[in-house]
Write a protein that binds this ligand. Structure first.
Ligand code: UD1
Length: 419
């Protein structure tokens, strides 16, 4: 199993090119199932999760290729609507093929998903929403069976909670439904807008982009197009956090400063100088120790849960103390015991954590527990005294493209070791 060996204590400086967003690429790939002519997606990050979904779509019989940063798909060869447990179990986002398969082919059998162990993460909202459009759904032996005679029928969908994947699944399904679908309490994450924009390019009729009410007027068919994946706002925030963590200065390029305002505000509160350009963001910590900052994770445009672990790591070496409330997932503090092993002072009570900054973390063997948590351990290692071994980095490979090369480019001493 691969591990990272990181020599702490270096100040990170330089430029890093941000990749396309994993969380946008996955729904865009699922949406290729809706296209009745060839479709091409560019700026696709080279990640394990992307490969898993490409394999899953290939398993449906779709002719799909993934070269460089481009995925090309042709659904004319699709010959089944089955997504097996072996592939779905490694990635929750696999459930995103359910809506498109059902909408276009009237049938789908998709395994219930696995993914990061950050909470129970059911898919009840996805299923309820598809039922509201007329689908018959049953769950047997770990599989969701979905069926509709003819086309899905437009209807009203009201989500009980803000769900990113649920909104995406129903948006794709509604695009091919008969009639108008109104999605209320929709998630407003930028990756949803990205999906809506590609669907519109494919011929879909969607109104209310960037709001919590999406109105979709179904069309009979959707065609292929060429589309570039939006920049990864979480990767952007993670590298800016590396500058904050090490007192350095990092410029993230090929990104979009409008997508992570809530995070940038927190960096400014830490005392960092943040400069925004059209497609770049630079964070300069000017050799200072950051001030610890309090926040609550909430749906977009508020503070993203996917940045919680990284900012907790920065707080761990911050001045003063901060409280962090995790309101999206019920089990997303698994990085805390690992950070504590490196000398962090963090008290957890339920979904709240109080972090009291310490002047210096120290190296220790640690274990990554989920995707974003793994980056928080890398951050801690970059600032710690000594050499840290981070185990189970397969989690990081799911979501960060070329992570060690990008960090090395900023001056980090990090190497991948296999045992
Ligand atoms: C997506 C992101 C993930 C991010 C999360 C929240 C992708 C591939 N992943 O995950 O990185 O952390 O949004 O921003 O885009 N829930 C239910 N029932 C459902 C659906 C969700 O109870 O049917 C709950 C979940 O357990 C969770 C909360 O709602 O507590 C939010 O989940 P959701 O927004 O659906 O997250 P994902 O789409 O899985």
């Amino acid at each position: 199993m691969d591990k990272f060996l990181i020599q702490g204590g270096r100040t990170l400086n330089g430029e890093v090119r941000i990749s396309g967003a994993k969380n946008a690429a996955l729904p865009l790939l699922a949406a290729t199932i809706l296209a009745d002519s060839p479709i091409q997606i560019t700026n696709v990050p080279n990640l394990k999760d992307v490969n898993t979904l490409v394999q899953l779509i290939a398993g449906l019989g779709v002719t799909i290729s993934y070269k460089g940063d481009t995925v090309s798909a042709d659904t004319s060869t699709l010959d089944n609507q089955f997504a097996p447990y072996e592939l779905v179990k490694t990635m929750r986002a696999s459930i995103l093929v359910l809506g498109p398969l059902l909408a276009r082919y009237g049938e789908a059998k998709v395994s219930l998903p696995g993914g990061c162990a950050i909470g129970s993460r059911p898919v009840d909202q996805h299923l309820k929403a598809l039922e509201a459009l007329g689908a018959t759904i049953s769950v047997e032996n770990g599989y969701v069976h979905a069926h509709i005679d003819g086309r899905l029928k437009g209807g009203e969908v009201v989500f009980d909670m803000v769900t990113v994947g649920g909104t995406e699944n129903i948006l794709m399904a509604a695009a091919l439904a008969d009639g108008v679908t109104v999605i209320r309490n929709a998630a407003r994450e930028p990756e949803i807008t990205d999906l809506a924009q590609m669907l519109i390019k494919m011929g879909a009729k969607i109104e209310g982009l960037d709001t919590d009410t999406l109105t979709v007027t179904g069309v009979e068919s959707l065609h292929g197009c060429e589309y570039a994946v939006v920049a990864d706002r979480i990767e952007t925030g993670s590298y800016l956090a590396a500058a904050a963590m090490t007192g350095g200065r990092v410029k993230t390029t090929h990104t979009d400063p409008t997508l992570l305002e809530a995070v940038l505000e927190k960096f400014e509160e830490m005392g960092a100088e943040v400069t925004r350009g059209d497609d770049w963001i630079e964070l300069d910590m000017q050799g200072k120790r950051p001030k610890a900052v309090s926040f609550r994770t909430l749906p977009h445009p508020d503070f993203p849960t996917d940045m919680q672990a990284q900012i907790m790591a920065v707080n761990a070496i911050g001045r003063g103390f901060a409280t962090i409330s995790e309101t999206i997932f019920e089990n997303r503090f698994m990085h805390v015991p690992e950070l504590s092993r490196m000398g962090a002072n963090i008290q957890v009570e339920g979904n709240d954590a109080v972090v009291t900054g310490v002047e210096q973390l120290s190296a220790a063997p640690v274990m990554a527990t989920d995707l974003r948590a793994s980056f928080s351990l890398v951050l801690a290692a970059l600032a710690a005294q000594g050499e840290t071994l981070v185990d189970r980095i397969y989690h990081i490979d799911r979501g960060y493209e070329n992570v060690e090369a990008k960090l090395q480019g900023l001056g980090a001493i990090i190497k991948r070791v296999s045992e």
